[in-house]
Design a protein around this ligand. Sequence first.
Ligand SMILES: [Zn+2]
Length: 304
Amino acid sequence: MSSAADQITFTGNPLDRASDGRADPAWIEARLADPQSLFLPLYRGDPLLRDGRAVFLASAARADIPSRATAVFLGVRNDRAHFAVDLSEAPGPQDAPFADFGAYTPLREAAFALGEAGDDLAIIGQARWLLDWHRRHRHCAVCGSMTEIADGGAKRLCPGCGAEHFPRSDPVAIVLATHDDACLLGRGPHFPPGFLSALAGFVEACETPEECAVRELREEAGVALSNVRYQFSQPWPFPSSLMMGFIADAKDRALTLDVREIVEARWVEKGEIQSLLAGVKRDDIKLPPRFAIARRLIERWAGQ
Ligand SMILES: [Zn+2]
């Protein structure tokens, strides 16, 4: 049975992306001028929070938005257009416009503060994803000209060669390898000791996510996988990953770690996982937070 608490974080965006409307510049202009429209301010991808809620600015605040700031259309809810505004030019979050309304909060902290299932997180994720892409893709990848925002921010157009550029999504296979009643958890060098998770890697050219899962586990842990089963997916706006979650069977429990990628890995019995999910604290194993798909994979497997 599913409930709001089971909703995967950053999914369930309530906005209608209005792909027909946004293609018309006059429609976008009218929505920008509409007093009903709402503006979501972000500083380098981080939302403005006040009293545990994301701040959406009313149209009157537009006067205080710097004219150079990029604004992109996100969608419509209840007849109100929602836009994201990039206020990243300020030297620090406390210097950015509207900082006195709340605090620009790193998105991982915001994910805790806003709860796991908030619709707002899906909107914030979309906003962060788009604004980050616009910041980093100002030039045409074909001819090098400066590109221009089109379709309210859903793409960029090159006036030099006519190329269209669309926001990228980087597919990632994340896989919980299992053997009998144990699952494999590990961590990369950028995580502190004990912070273990399912292993993951970017899908490479002309590769399926299932093939990627098999390759990553072989390369990083020396594990031979079979029966790779797709579970669910998650958009992961750090900055633009599409996480595809799998559970798979390992041939045996032998591990050969590629220590450049995985510095610690171990097989953890299902009973241990269940006690950790029930809240037992251990220094040697800390499971990922519920806003991460890895946690949801672990929960699904442990509940089977
Ligand atoms: Zn071009």
